[in-house]
Design a protein around this ligand. Structure first.
Ligand code: NAD
Length: 491
């Protein structure tokens, strides 16, 4: 049986595998992953801090060269990485490649660090006085990531944190941890000095030790809302800088003037891609006005054409969910539907002799206050909620505790503009169902989808992983020197 190592100080470190890592397509245990001992966490924090002493002073061109090389290696090794992701996560190879490509964007953005880290200069703010500012790294960043994007989310964090001169300890999801180790190896191949990027395998206990560790300066977390809230509370109590991105319940509003075929295609893509295990997946289609019957019918026809199967089978549209426990939970929304919910398509009938498969499910007449509406299902279950008008659609979204992503489908520019301005959501798509911002913007939700104020990657990522110094300078002549106990004035 494969045992997945840690990656510490530029080398893999083997240890006894404790936790099972499944191949979700077969349902078999495919590997085991260790849980870092408390002593190993301490040791890794100490050596990473040691590595920071030189990395923080590395030249911007040295860092840029490494990131350029990493970009090249990620492109070159995409096929190999995608196979590894599919094996432990279950998503299709095409989807794994898509995730790598979106992670790559963050490396490309980080390659522009000479520009991102430019300071300001003001000449003659007072007589003979100039001011300049520059940004410095924070130190050691603990990066804690979820199972659903095992390389993209680590790249959101690592590319930006390393570019800004920090050292990183990544604690990947214990469900699909292999690709993080490959990322460590590729960074080393790209020229990153040993100890600057490390991977500690583990579970909640490992995370807690990092959150409380005096050697950790900042915490970047992505995962479910209850854990994000907990991470934010514990890490801020320990005086870390924290950004903790949580779960989601994303609504896709379809106005009566929308092209219903375009909207139905989008609902299928965003609802069932990656088996619905995306934080930006559409989980609720909000049908406005009298189009609901027609829209549900068109979505149902498309559901019938979907193929669910192993991620490495090119015929599969989506693969299994992550665990057997999760499969059962997802199916429970369909096998015991909430009162009033109409099961239009029931994916539970799909054979489950092996693998954690759930067929595509479509539920109509889903209303707030039910389990189906209120929970983040995180599976291939698409709900339809019917509302009378535009204002009711906006009110529905704003009453939801999550605020990660949302989309509107319409041909009416004014309605789309109003929607963008009125919803309390961080990322909005206009006729775009999965509006993940490109890397030159930042990614993040509102409300219970984000704890802390900083979104991830892009300009907010640069700001999060660095802090400013402002230097006020004067070169006085000896003849000008005098004693003056007054508060410094500019005029
Ligand atoms: P999770 O919260 O279970 O785990 C995330 C990480 O936290 C893992 O590394 C895990 O080991 C660790 N962890 C789990 N329980 C912990 C605890 N009690 N204390 C400390 N650490 C703990 O999330 P998941 O199931 O791996 O991922 C799916 C969730 O992530 C979904 O809710 C999804 O919406 C969310 N997500 C959000 C975004 C976003 O950008 N907002 C992106 C991807 C995923």
């Amino acid at each position: 049986m494969r045992t997945i190592p840690h990656y510490i100080n530029g080398a893999t470190v083997s240890s006894t595998g404790e936790l099972p890592v499944f191949n979700p397509a077969t349902g078999e245990i495919d590997a085991r992953v260790p849980v870092a001992t408390s002593a190993l966490v301490d040791e890794t924090v100490a050596l990473a801090r040691g590595a920071w002493e030189s990395w923080r002073s590395s030249s911007l061109s040295q860092r840029t060269n490494i990131l350029f090389s990493l970009r090249h290696l990620l492109v070159q090794r995409t096929d190999e990485l995608a196979v590894l992701i599919t094996r432990e996560h279950g998503k299709t190879i095409a989807d794994a490649k898509g995730e790598i490509a979106r992670g790559l964007e963050n490396v490309e953005y980080a390659c522009g660090l000479t520009d991102h880290l430019k300071g300001d200069f003001s000449s003659q703010v007072a007589d003979g006085v100039d001011v300049h500012s520059f940004r410095e790294s924070l130190g050691l960043v603990a990066a804690i990531t979820p199972f659903n994007f095992p390389i993209m989310v680590p790249l959101w964090m690592a590319a930006t944190a390393l570019a800004t001169g920090n050292v990183v300890i990544l604690k990947p999801s214990e469900r699909d941890p292999s690709v993080s180790v490959r990322l460590g190896e590729l960074l080393a191949e790209a020229g990153l000095p040993a100890g600057v990027f490390n991977v500690l395998q583990g579970n909640a206990a490992t995370v807690t030790q990092l959150l409380e560790h005096p050697g950790v300066d900042a915490v970047s977390f992505v995962g479910s809302t209850p854990v994000a809230r907990h991470v934010y509370q514990v890490a801020t109590q320990h005086e870390k800088r924290v950004q903790a991105l949580g779960g989601a319940k994303n609504h896709m509003v379809v106005l009566p003037d929308a092209d219903l075929d375009v909207a139905a295609d989008a609902a299928i893509n965003a609802g069932f891609g990656a088996a619905g295990e995306r934080c930006m997946a559409i989980s609720v289609v909000v049908a406005v006005g009298d189009i609901a019957d027609e829209l549900v019918d068109r979505i149902a026809q498309r559901v019938d054409r979907l193929t669910v199967g192993p991620g490495d089978d090119p015929a599969s549209d989506f693969g299994p969910v992550i665990t057997e426990e999760h499969r059962r939970r997802v199916l429970s929304y369909v096998t015991t539907p909430d009162p009033g919910v109409v099961v239009v398509r029931d994916g539970s009938a799909m054979s489950t002799a092996s693998g954690f498969f759930v067929g595509a499910c479509l539920l109509d007449h889903v209303t707030p206050g039910t389990r189906t509406y209120d929970d983040e299902i995180f599976g291939p279950v698409l709900s339809v909620t019917r509302v009378a008008n535009f204002a009711a659609a906006v009110a529905l979204i704003n009453a939801n505790p999550y605020g990660n992503g949302t989309a509107i489908f319409t041909r009416d520019g004014n309605a789309a503009r109003l929607f963008s301005r009125q919803v309390s959501v961080g990322m909005i798509g206009v006729n775009v169902p999965i509006p993940v911002p490109v890397s030159s913007y930042s990614f993040g939700g509102w409300k219970s989808s984000l704890f802390g104020h900083s979104h991830m990657y892009g300009p907010e990522g640069i700001a999060f992983y660095s802090r400013a110094k402002v230097v006020t300078t004067r070169w006085p002549l000896a003849s000008e020197s005098q004693i003056d106990l007054g508060f410094p004035r500019t005029r």
